[in-house]
Design a protein around this ligand. Structure first.
Ligand SMILES: NC(=O)c1ccc[n+]([C@@H]2O[C@H](COP(=O)([O-])OP(=O)(O)OC[C@H]3O[C@@H](n4cnc5c(N)ncnc54)[C@H](OP(=O)(O)O)[C@@H]3O)[C@@H](O)[C@H]2O)c1
Length: 300
């Protein structure tokens, strides 16, 4: 097969690509960072992820059997906004359908909703609709927070716990999440490439932690058991925004705090992914959080 994966040199796309190459498939990527370190020794040809040139997208997607779409943006910056990312996703899905791509494997998020006031969640709902209405066969995977070597959120919690004597929880930290290992998500995506039927699956790991429990677990594993202090959510956000100045990043957005506190990162479905965050942290305790991971440096 010939498969196009967005972001094959970035995060989840890299794990998915690696598994497809192991199976002997031909993979191309659509990316705006063709010069990122290429872990595939030139085996994956890179084409622009340029939404302002739909014709070029169609041309580069001709002959592709399956598109694996990981594209999304975490937060707005300048003209690069989440509503624009919804428009961009429509352009990409339309281009794939026009190019004759037969199937799309689309990465979404748990609990997307057209009624949500949070752009991440209503945007994901809008994207899913483009995929379902595209005429292509589809599988939609809805992960929660990912963890893995290149992760941002869990890595940066570990980084903060390593650096600071206390950790401010937004609210009481009782809201829940079920983190999922990026390599397990990649397994589900690869399985979805070969299936023929249409489906929408949540992609969650085996644990369901409160945010406080997860932060305690990270602190215990990296040997930095800190006092976890409940803060009014907006104050915790303000503190994160202040610290962002020192790392030249956006550590946390108001929408992310709201999404987390609204219990949107858990699922009612049985877990499909097996790797426990606890086990992964144990194996990676000497590296997790040693360096700050910057979203701005990576994507903007
Ligand atoms: N990471 C998580 O914890 C998490 C949690 C739940 C759901 N998800 C979903 O899983 C999917 C993959 O996430 P990921 O973390 O693995 O993403 P990623 O690999 O960092 O990026 C995926 C793709 O989106 C592009 N992209 C990301 N941010 C962008 C920006 N600001 N401007 C332009 N392009 C941008 C990347 O472009 P380049 O190729 O140029 O890098 C790449 O092609 C996304 O749909 C995300 O919503 C992720």
């Amino acid at each position: 097969m010939k498969i196009a994966v967005t972001g094959a040199f970035s995060y989840s796309g890299k794990y998915i690509t690696s598994k497809l190459l192991e199976r002997g498939e031909e993979v191309i990527t659509l990316t705006n960072h063709p010069n990122r370190p290429d872990p595939f020794n030139g085996k994956v040809k890179a084409f622009p992820l340029n939404f302002s040139n739909a014709e070029e997208l169609v041309k580069n997607l001709r002959g592709i059997d399956v598109l694996v779409n990981t594209y999304w943006i975490r937060f707005d910056k300048g003209n690069n906004t989440q509503p624009k990312a919804v428009e961009n996703t429509r352009v990409l899905v339309d281009a794939a359908a026009k190019a004759g791509v037969k199937r799309i494997v689309h990465i979404s998020i748990t609990n997307p909703s057209a009624d949500s006031h949070l752009p991440y969640f209503w945007g994901k709902a809008a994207n899913e609709k483009f995929v379902v209405d595209s005429g292509m066969n589809y599988a939609i995977l809805r992960p929660t927070v990912l963890f893995g070597k290149e992760d941002i959120l869990i890595n940066n919690i570990a980084w903060l716990l390593r650096k600071l004597p206390i950790f401010g929880l937004p609210g009481d930290g009782s809201y829940k999440l079920s983190p999922v290992y990026v390599d397990d998500l990649a397994d589900l995506a690869v399985e979805a490439v070969y299936k023929k039927e249409n489906y929408i699956w949540d992609a969650i790991g085996p644990d369901e932690f409160t945010f406080k429990e997860m932060t305690e677990l990270i602190g215990k594993t990296v040997n930095k058991k800190r006092a976890l202090i409940p803060f009014p959510p907006r104050l915790a956000l303000l503190a994160a925004q202040f610290m962002s100045l020192f790392v030249n990043d956006v550590m946390l957005t108001p929408e992310e705090v709201d999404g987390l506190m609204a219990n949107l990162l858990i699922s009612k479905e049985a877990p499909r992914c097996k790797t426990s965050l606890k086990d992964w942290l144990k194996e990676n305790k000497s590296t997790v959080g040693m360096k700050y991971a910057s979203e701005l440096a990576r994507h903007f």
